[in-house]
Design a protein around this ligand. Structure first.
Ligand SMILES: NC(=O)c1ccc[n+]([C@@H]2O[C@H](COP(=O)([O-])OP(=O)(O)OC[C@H]3O[C@@H](n4cnc5c(N)ncnc54)[C@H](O)[C@@H]3O)[C@@H](O)[C@H]2O)c1
Length: 502
């Protein structure tokens, strides 16, 4: 039987406290911190790194301005002069935003001028990943709110520092994972915390791709990218402790995702998207143990990063998340959360099915359960045409005005995603498995303690842990029923049958 339940975006925003000041003030315990900007006061944004992705943000902000909303872009910073034909870089972006290219306080190759500018309320960070943390921390310390593109940053230590800075300064920050604007993940989480699918055992996601020219090589190199037009020192950020010094190279500038110095290949570029909404749905954040595997098996074009990769993350809550892809075939794994009693199978960002497990004593044959049918849960959320990014923007602006720190992808969620995928990178690169300590942010090499712990729980007939926010009975869908003959189990001591009747 299929029961269709539809939740509108408006309903979701209201129940999740995601709209503007009125709802936020009554829903969240957090005191309003900092100056609450009235609905009609103008919010001034600056764009740091107006390359490809930032053009979408400029578009959304200019659209809102055209619609009469009190927002504006009053500064842009980019290390490249830019190219008018491709509409990226410093001067083309300044022109698009209606800024005077001669005003060096607002149109600049040095982003610090915009951080110092007291008229700027918030910054959009859309540079390559290695710059995100430095810019985000400086901006928040200067009293600015931050829309930071995903991945939140380049290293786990940076992620911890961003999270601490956000907590200390109370600035409003969102990471630009636009899929988090869909209510579907929260709806799935509600199903899970109600105990309906039983103990969560495993979840999987993927971001498979294919390209004839090699992944990310479709970002074009142009002759006007050269040491005269690009402030290469500022791109590298060596003096800021970022990328190591190296000669100018157009591929490293424009196709930076292929090189470890600036990004993390598919781990950080793609896995972060999927992992972020999946952990929101499952109800876990920081993994305890992570292992990464993969290799560079085909795209031999001078890149560093692999073209096949898988991250396997295990959690104290007693479950596992798998994220996998190759950049040379684009058939997806599918997004699935497996519980003891049922499976959640996502159908894009709009719907999922809850498919009951039918279990008997004996296991089903492989392939017998096709994962079909079940109850359809759907929403009318529309992610087409970059509308999910627009929804993330509207929510973020609402949070800025009400000083509500609960953005759709707050710093701590960004940190959890970075910890997971970066440990996957390190595992792949250094051949180890790692533990993560969420209390301290410390990483250590994994040992046998993980498997020993679970063996001990089993030998002691312990109870399973549950995911955060579990509202059902602690054992709902979380037990195995011992068959009657299990009473015959037990150690024979001195030749005595432990099951023998006295
Ligand atoms: N959410 C999404 O769907 C999505 C999509 C694409 C990219 N992104 C993210 O957005 C970010 C940018 O990606 P992109 O594809 O636009 O890259 P890009 O190379 O097109 O743009 C980056 C821009 O930053 C500029 N830049 C580099 N260092 C700078 C510095 N120190 N100061 C100022 N500007 C600097 C570059 O000159 C360039 O114009 C990345 O973190 C990426 O992961 C997110």
């Amino acid at each position: 039987m299929t029961d269709k339940r539809s939740v509108t975006r408006r309903e979701f925003l209201q129940t999740s406290g995601a709209t503007g000041a009125v709802v936020a003030a009554s829903t969240f315990a957090h005191p309003a911190i900092g100056a609450v900007k009235g609905a009609n006061e103008r919010l001034n944004f600056a764009i740091l790194g107006p390359g490809g992705r930032a053009q979408a943000h400029i578009g959304h902000l200019l659209d809102m301005k055209k619609e009469g909303k009190p927002v504006d872009i009053i500064g842009v910073a980019d290390v490249w002069d830019g190219n008018k034909k491709v509409g990226r870089g410093l001067y083309p972006s300044a022109e698009r935003c209606g800024l005077d290219a001669n005003d060096k306080t607002k149109v600049t190759k040095d982003y610090r001028k915009l951080i110092e500018n007291k008229d700027i309320d918030a910054v959009v960070i859309a540079t390559p990943d290695h710059w995100h943390a430095t810019m985000a921390i400086q901006a928040m310390e200067a009293g600015k709110d931050v829309y930071c593109e995903k991945p939140m940053c380049h290293t786990i230590d940076e992620a911890r520092r961003i999270t601490e800075t956000q907590a200390k300064t109370k600035q409003i920050m969102t990471v630009g994972v636009q899929s988090t604007a869909s209510p579907i993940w929260k709806m799935a989480n509600d199903v899970i915390t109600s105990g309906k699918i039983g103990h969560v055992m495993q979840a999987q996601t993927s971001y498979y791709r294919n390209s004839n020219v090699g992944q990310w090589r479709y970002y074009q190199l142009t002759e006007d990218m050269n040491p005269k037009t690009v402030d290469w020192k500022m791109f590298l950020g060596t003096e800021f402790g970022l990328a190591p010094d190296q000669p100018f190279n157009r591929a490293r500038y424009a196709q930076w995702r292929c090189y470890w110095d600036f990004g993390g290949g598919m781990y950080t570029d793609l896995f972060v998207h999927q992992l972020t909404h999946l952990i929101q749905a499952v109800g876990v954040r920081f993994p305890k143990r992570v292992v990464g595997a993969g290799g560079l098996y085909l795209e031999y074009d001078g890149r560093d990063v692999p073209d096949v990769a898988t991250v396997v993350a295990d959690y104290d809550e007693g479950c596992q998340v798998i994220i996998s892809a190759t950049m040379c075939n684009d058939v997806q794994l599918g997004e699935v959360i497996r519980g003891k009693n049922a499976t959640i199978k996502f159908e894009g960002e709009k719907a999922f099915r809850v498919i009951p497990q039918s279990t008997g004593n004996a296991p089903a044959k492989p392939g017998e359960n096709k994962g079909d049918g079940g109850e359809l849960v759907s929403t009318n959320f529309n992610s087409g045409g970059d509308r999910d990014t627009r929804a993330l923007w509207e929510h973020f602006i609402g949070c800025i005005r009400s000083r509500n720190p609960e953005t759709l992808c707050p710093a701590e969620t960004g940190y959890a995603a970075i910890a997971t995928v970066n440990l996957g990178v390190d595992s792949y690169r250094y051949g180890k498995a790692y533990y993560f300590d969420k209390a301290t942010g410390k990483v250590s090499e994994a040992d046998q303690a993980w498997s020993k712990r679970w063996e001990q729980v089993s030998h002691e007939r312990g109870k399973p842990n549950q995911i955060q926010g579990w509202k059902a009975d602690p054992l709902e869908g979380s037990t195995v029923k011992a068959p009657a003959y299990q009473a015959l189990e037990g150690d024979w001591i001195d030749g005595k049958d432990p099951a023998a009747k006295a």
